[in-house]
Design a protein around this ligand. Structure first.
Ligand SMILES: Nc1nc2c(c(=O)[nH]1)N[C@H]1C(S)=C(S)[C@@H](COP(=O)(O)O)O[C@H]1N2
Ligand SMILES: [Mo]
Length: 318
């Protein structure tokens, strides 16, 4: 069943409350820990839980593991970020990303597909079919979060664009604009930020194009208006604020591969057995937790995705 999105002013208090079921007081109190209890309870108050950009979504379908009680505090999700276009420090994106203009937003699609062209976000994403997907997110820097994303399967977007049989890979680029993204004045990586997937990874039902989290539109620091989420891969695969989608035959280079090919491979599957050259990947710190926890193979999604890599040497294809 599809739930139609209404504008926030049309949402009755009942609907808002039903939507925020996963944010019940009990669960919120369990997940607090990032900055303290105080403001967290305000998240569940009708009308506050969803700001005027509230999105209506269907509940999570694909994550077999119930990790609703592990949600990372929204203030950490929106305040502790990697988005080098706005600076290198974790709090830079929240501080600096107000200069990003996300409406209107145009995405250019090119390469091996039948429907290339320029698209608005609404052309690519069916806002009547948004789903919530609660996923673990494991950054290559060995910290992690659990985030209730809002989006659609990337496969739904790709189907609209009709890739040809030549298309073996897909890649995405972030906006380049020094005015809106002041961090781009420094050449920390080669802009645009670029990431790609093999087509079968892109079509996998776990892979989503996200437009929101915690029931709201994405904040700029999380990659508004749309960003990729691939839960079994390191967070850097989740390219933000996408303005270009290309279908190609050859494995594309990503920004991180270009910067340090011995440290960042194309696949970037979460793998506790293959250390980063400068640190271990065996454990992680869940933001908000005190103790470290073991990192899971494929970030815990092995049952769903391991078959994509049958016969591949994951030390070589890291
Ligand atoms: N354009 C762009 N996308 C990006 C990044 C970036 O610096 N620029 N950082 C990546 C990294 S390293 C991580 S861990 C995630 C963090 O996503 P979040 O801040 O929304 O949690 O975004 C990824 N996407
Ligand atoms: Mo990351």
């Amino acid at each position: 069943m599809l739930i139609k999105i209404k504008n926030s002013w049309e949402l009755s208090e009942n609907e808002v409350t039903a939507h925020s079921v996963y944010l019940s007081r009990r669960e919120i109190l369990k997940t607090v820990g990032f900055m303290g209890v105080g403001a967290a309870s305000s998240l569940i108050m009708p009308g506050i839980a969803l700001a005027d950009d509230g999105l209506k979504v269907q509940p999570n379908k694909y994550d077999g593991h119930d990790i609703r009680n592990e949600l990372t505090d929204i203030r950490a999700v929106q305040g502790y970020n990697n988005f080098y276009e706005f600076g290198m420090e974790k709090d830079d994106p929240a501080r600096n990303s107000h200069s990003l203009i996300t409406e209107p937003w145009t995405v250019t699609v090119d390469g091996d597909c039948e429907n290339p062209g320029k698209f608005a976000v609404e052309d690519l994403i069916d806002f009547n079919a948004l789903e919530e997907r609660i996923y673990r997110m494991r950054c290559v820097e060995a910290w992690s979060m659990v985030i209730p994303w809002v989006g659609v399967s990337l496969s739904e977007v790709i189907k609209k664009l009709k890739p040809t049989s030549n298309a073996k890979y897909i890649y995405f680029e972030t906006l380049v604009d020094e005015e809106q993204m002041p961090g781009q004045r420094r050449g920390v990586i080669k802009w645009p930020y670029r990431e790609g997937l093999r087509m079968d990874e892109a079509m996998h039902p776990l892979t989503i194009m996200a437009v929101g989290l915690y029931g709201k539109k994405l904040a700029n620091q999380n990659g508004a208006p749309m960003r990729l989420v691939v839960p079994w891969k390191y967070g850097f695969k989740g390219v933000k604020s996408i303005v270009k989608i290309s279908f190609v035959e050859k494995e594309p280079n990503s920004s991180w591969m270009r910067l340090a090919p011995n440290e960042y491979g194309f696949y970037a599957n979460v793998n506790p057995n293959v250390p980063h050259p400068r640190w271990s990947q065996a454990t992680e710190r869940r933001i908000g937790d005190f103790r470290r926890r073991d990192t899971l193979m494929f970030n815990g999604y092995g049952e769903q995705v391991a078959h994509l890599y049958d016969g591949m040497n994951l030390r070589r294809y890291y």
